[in-house]
Design a protein around this ligand. Structure first.
Ligand code: C2E
Ligand code: MG
Ligand code: MG
Ligand code: MG
Length: 286
C-alpha cells in the first residue's frame, strides 16, 4: 500500500544519502593526501584581448589526478574542500605554484581562483602579499578571482579587503558574474578591475534573447563603471564575433584555447598571441 511504498522511498533516499556521505568522506580523505602523493597539478587557460587575440593572462585551474579513480573535476572536489579546512592547504599549494609559473612568462598575469573561505580567512591580504613577495612576483602580475558569494555575505569587510589588495597593486576579477545575487548597482562599491561573465550566458547568447540581453547589459554597465569584461566559455567563432560587437574586452574559452600544461602555457606566453590556426579558423580577425 501507499504507506509501505512511502517507507521504501524513504529507505532508498537514506541509502542514497549514506552513499553521498561516503563519497564525500572518500574525497576528503584522498584530498588530505593529494599534495604528499603529488597528485595535484595546475592547468593554465589563456585570457585574450578581443581584437588581436593577444594573451593578457592565464587562469590557473587546479587538477587532481587520483591513482584510484583517475582525474576528478574541481567542480566536484573544490566544494568538498571548501566545507573542510582542506581548502586552505590546497589554496596555498595553488598560490605557490601559480606564482612560480608567472615568473617564466614575459609579462602576462596569472589569474587565481580563491574560494569564499580563503577570501574571508584572517589576514588574507597579508598572506597573499607575503606569498607574492617570497616568490618575487609583482602584485600587478597577479589577478585574484573571487565570486559574488565571497563578497556579499559581509559586504563591508569584503570591500575593505578588496580595497587593500588593490592598493597593493593586485588585480581583482569577479568570477561567474550573473549567477549570484549581486546587481551592477551594488558592485560599484567594490574595488574591481574586471567582471567575468559566466559561461552559461555566453552559451545561451545565440539561442535565447534573454541571454544575449543579459550579456549586452553586463558589458554596457561594466564599461560605464570602467571595468574590463572577460567573456568565459567562448566556444565558437560566432560567439567571438558577437562578443566583439557587444564590446567585451577579453575572451576566454575552448575556441581560443583549452586549459594547457605549464610547458605549453609558457610557449604560448612567449608567442604572445593565440595562434595563426585559430585566427585562420575565425577568418574574422582585424
Ligand atoms: P571557473 O573559475 O569559472 O573556471 C572556468 C571553468 O570553465 C574551468 O573549469 C574551465 O576549464 C572551464 N572552461 C573554460 N573554457 C570553457 C569552454 O569554452 N567551455 C566549457 N564548457 N568550459 C570551459 P574547471 O577547470 O573544471 O574548473 C571548474 C571550477 O572549479 C572553476 O570555475 C572554479 O570555480 C573551480 N576551481 C578550479 N581551480 C580552482 C582553484 O585553484 N581554486 C579554487 N578555489 N577553485 C578552483
Ligand atoms: Mg575562475
Ligand atoms: Mg568562472
Ligand atoms: Mg565557474
Amino acid at each position: 500500500d501507499a504507506k509501505r511504498a512511502g517507507r521504501g522511498v524513504v529507505r532508498l533516499f537514506d541509502e542514497a544519502m549514506d552513499e553521498g556521505i561516503r563519497f564525500r568522506k572518500r574525497i576528503e580523505g584522498g584530498l588530505a593526501q593529494a599534495i604528499d602523493k603529488r597528485e595535484l597539478s595546475l592547468a593554465f587557460q589563456p585570457i585574450v584581448e578581443r581584437d588581436e587575440l593577444e594573451i593578457a593572462g592565464f587562469e590557473a585551474l587546479l587538477r587532481w589526478n587520483t591513482a584510484e579513480y583517475g582525474p576528478i573535476s574541481p567542480a566536484v572536489f573544490i566544494p568538498i574542500a571548501e566545507e573542510s579546512n582542506l581548502i586552505h592547504e590546497l589554496g596555498d599549494w595553488v598560490l605557490e605554484h601559480a606564482l612560480e609559473q608567472v615568473k617564466g612568462w614575459p609579462g602576462q598575469y596569472v589569474s587565481i581562483n580563491f574560494s569564499p573561505r580563503q577570501f574571508r580567512r584572517h589576514n588574507f591580504v597579508g598572506h597573499v602579499v607575503e606569498c607574492a613577495q617570497r616568490a618575487g612576483v609583482e602584485p600587478g602580475r597577479v589577478q585574484i578571482e573571487i565570486t559574488e558569494t565571497a563578497i556579499f555575505d559581509d559586504a563591508e569587510r569584503a570591500a575593505e579587503t578588496l580595497y587593500k589588495l588593490r592598493q597593493m597593486g593586485f588585480r581583482i576579477a569577479l568570477d561567474d558574474f550573473g549567477t549570484g545575487y549581486s546587481s551592477l548597482y551594488n558592485i560599484r562599491k567594490f574595488a574591481l578591475d574586471a567582471l567575468k561573465i559566466d559561461r552559461s550566458f555566453i552559451d545561451g547568447m545565440g539561442r535565447e534573447r534573454e541571454s544575449a540581453a543579459i550579456v549586452h547589459s553586463i558589458i554596457h554597465l561594466a564599461r560605464a563603471l570602467g571595468l574590463g569584461v572577460v567573456a568565459e566559455g567562448v566556444e565558437t567563432a560566432a560567439q567571438v564575433q558577437a562578443l566583439r560587437m557587444a564590446g567585451a574586452s577579453h575572451l576566454q574559452g575552448y575556441y581560443l584555447s583549452r586549459p594547457v600544461t605549464p610547458d605549453v602555457a609558457r610557449r604560448l606566453a612567449d608567442a604572445r598571441f593565440i595562434g595563426a590556426e585559430t585566427e585562420a579558423a575565425t577568418g574574422t580577425v582585424g
